[in-house]
Write a protein that binds this ligand. Structure first.
Ligand SMILES: Nc1nc2c(ncn2[C@@H]2O[C@H](COP(=O)(O)OP(=O)(O)OP(=O)(O)O)[C@@H](O)[C@H]2O)c(=O)[nH]1
Ligand SMILES: [Mg+2]
Length: 267
């Protein structure tokens, strides 16, 4: 019998004690082989709860931010032999019961990146997304679609699945440690020619599910426009940038490479 692909869920966590267990309970353990939680120096009981639930827990020595947290998440998932990596916020903002739908296009080989789209879900505002976030999302998405020549419904969801091939290729370690990491990785997907697809997901907003206020949101929006510009400059050969040229294997320490690239993947 062929062993099936290894599905690893990664959770970039920061003060997720209130919501972690609920998020975990909705995950199908039949589909998910391993769950890795990276703690970004939470001030609450996130780590204790994660350990009690039996998750693999990695603890940062200092707060690096949401993007920096994801770098650790993906390196660990690759080292542990993931074929498919799901990024799931432990803040219960996304419906983790939808993981099987999210990973299907990767398992079927039709995409390397799958986005859980709240806009396709059709109830972004109804689900509580603040109006200014909704409008910014629509505006940035329009700009990104034009720049990337795509027709996606949104680029700003935090519920995503990536193939191993994708994460082994793009130099995500060169990305920002902040929230704009999520925009950068999509620009890289386009630049490196990976297939992106989306599935509809419901929107859930409540107090614990969001720490991004107006200021962080503004920084994120401006930095997203920055990465779109950088993408275009690179694409037209005006200013080449390592973020869109290098491979992960070229930017990672050679002492860490064997653990990632020489792994034998069962499939
Ligand atoms: N704010 C923050 N979040 C982090 C950090 N490291 C990891 N995270 C996690 O990142 C996830 C996303 O943070 P949120 O504040 O909900 O941001 P968001 O979901 O992108 O934005 P909203 O749509 O406003 O909820 C949460 O699940 C946090 O646990 C960090 O250093 N700062
Ligand atoms: Mg959130």
């Amino acid at each position: 019998m062929l062993e099936r692909e290894k599905v690893i869920v990664v959770m970039p966590a920061y003060n997720a004690a209130e919501t972690l267990e609920k998020t975990y309970n909705d995950l199908s353990r039949e589909i998910v082989d391993e769950i890795i939680l990276v703690d970004d120096v939470s001030q609450d009981e996130t780590v204790e709860i994660a350990r009690r639930l039996g998750l693999k827990v990695i603890i940062h020595v200092q707060n690096t931010g949401y993007g920096g947290n994801q770098k650790t998440c993906y390196l660990e998932a690759l080292k542990d032999g993931a074929s498919v990596v799901v990024m799931l916020h432990p803040d219960y903002q996304y419906d983790s019961r939808l993981v099987p739908d999210l990973i299907r296009p990767i398992q079927e080989g039709t995409a390397d990146l799958v986005l859980g789209s709240r806009i396709l879900g059709g109830e972004a505002l109804g689900g509580g997304m603040p109006l200014y976030k909704y409008l910014s999302n629509r505006f940035l998405t329009l700009v990104e679609n034009l720049a990337f020549r795509k027709r996606l419904s949104e680029y700003h969801t935090g519920f995503r699945a990536y193939s191993r091939r994708f994460l082994e290729t793009i130099p995500f370690l060169l990305n920002s440690d902040r929230f704009v990491f999520d925009s950068e990785i999509l620009a890289q997907a386009v630049a490196y020619g990976f297939e992106i697809t989306e599935i509809p997901v419901p929107t859930r907003y409540f107090k614990e599910a969001s720490s991004v206020g107006v200021k962080d949101g503004l920084v994120y929006g401006i930095q997203t426009l920055g990465i779109v510009t950088k993408y275009l400059l690179n694409r037209f050969g005006i200013l080449k940038s390592d973020q869109f040229q290098k491979k992960l294997s070229e930017v990672i320490s050679r002492y860490h490479s064997p653990g990632i690239f020489l792994r034998k993947i069962d499939s």
